[in-house]
Design a protein around this ligand. Structure first.
Ligand code: FES
Ligand code: FES
Length: 182
């Protein structure tokens, strides 16, 4: 019995055989097994395969926030996501932010007496910046309680917490004053 045209189309329709991830606005296609193994984490793919070394892998078990990137607008821990799970999603790493991003500027400028600098060794900084970026995208004027709650999963071993919170406040003020960079 001849197949209906619908059945025929179904038979010849191309099944997706690759993994497609948009990273910092660029579409990347990967071949399963050859480029991405089933157990490869997103952090490994980004850092070791693609050279996005801004994110840091510190604990590699979801406990420090250093590997934070933004996936479809939300902050995620890239060490806790498999690379294949990012198929069809949009990833933003710190390299994808504009140089005059208000969060980047606020972290770099922070040095108020009484609070100090928002970064010392800098290992935690990209994670805090991306966590802050996701927070301010959703809530441009967060309260101090909301800032603390939102960034509570991030660890800074240098203990810059008070200054980091101030940097987030200043980033929020910059956005209110000048808007987001175009
Ligand atoms: S390296 Fe991913 S949470 Fe610590
Ligand atoms: S600045 Fe060193 S861990 Fe945060």
């Amino acid at each position: 019995m001849p197949k209906s045209s619908k059945e025929t189309r179904k038979t010849v329709a191309k099944q997706p055989s690759g993994i497609m991830i948009t990273i910092n606005g660029c579409r990347h296609n990967f071949e399963p097994e050859r480029d991405i193994t089933p157990t490869m984490t997103l952090s490994y793919l980004l850092r070791e395969k693609l050279g996005y070394t801004g994110l840091k892998v510190s604990c590699d078990e979801g406990a420090c926030g250093a590997c934070t990137v933004i996936m479809d607008g939300k902050a995620v821990l890239s060490c806790m996501i498999l690379a294949i799970e990012a198929h069809g999603h949009e990833i933003l790493t710190i390299e994808g932010l504009p140089k005059n991003d208000p969060v980047v500027e606020a972290f770099a400028e922070q040095c108020e007496p009484g609070y100090g600098t928002a970064l010392q060794c800098g290992i935690c900084t990209p994670g805090f910046v991306m966590g802050t970026r996701a927070l301010l995208n959703e809530n441009p004027i967060p309260t101090m309680a909301e800032i603390k709650e939102s960034l509570s999963g991030h660890i800074c071993r240098c203990g810059c917490y008070a200054a980091i919170a101030q940097a987030v406040v200043h980033a929020s003020e910059k956005i209110a004053k000048k808007g987001e960079p175009s």
